[in-house]
Design a protein. Structure first.
Length: 176
């Protein structure tokens, strides 16, 4: 896969209608905390969430695509107003295809950001495959762009900052 420069990446974002985002290791730092009763906790980056909300206000479709079912993920995405929360299937292509049909979006109009081997299949299908800085090396060989920031440390915000630059919108104009 050809690695894009930041400028090429920004140009390519102009054609994207849906950003699909992996959770563990992308929206989080790849840590999960379990209590003795099985209670699960995750640490999400607030700036990632803030920019996700701003992107939705601008009209970008967002989908969270995770191989694990997680009440913590469900709760955080509900808090952010993310409508498309797809969880619990290892084949992320199978999970996202009904959503693409529903929205009338093709794979070429999708950007997907992930961090792990499980993300390779979807990365190979989308128009703009992305990885976070601390992603698995094998995933990095199939993506077009790797963020400077690590998963759970503002990588999604970094992507969305570039998206706003691509479409010529100042994110401050979307803050209420």
């Amino acid at each position: 896969m050809t690695t894009l420069t930041r400028e090429q990446f920004i140009e390519r974002l102009k054609t994207i209608r849906l950003l699909a985002i992996d959770v563990d290791g992308t929206l989080t730092d790849d840590s999960i905390f379990f209590g003795p009763d099985g209670f699960e906790m995750k640490k999400f980056n607030v700036s990632d969430g803030f920019f996700m909300v701003l992107a939705m206000r601008q009209g970008l479709e967002l989908a969270v695509v995770s191989g694990r079912n997680s009440p913590a993920t469900e709760t955080r995405m509900k808090d952010l107003g993310i409508q498309h929360v797809l969880q619990g299937r290892r084949d992320k292509c199978d999970m996202i295809e009904p959503l693409l049909s529903e929205l009338g979006i093709t794979y070429s109009q999708v950007a997907f950001v992930g961090n792990e081997l499980l993300d390779i299949k979807l990365a190979q299908k989308v128009g703009l495959p992305l990885a976070v800085a601390d992603a698995n090396d094998e995933l990095k060989t199939v993506v077009s762009y790797v963020t400077a920031r690590k998963g759970g440390e503002g990588a999604v915000r970094e992507i969305l900052e570039c998206y706003f630059e691509a479409i010529g919108v100042d994110p401050k104009s979307l803050v209420i």
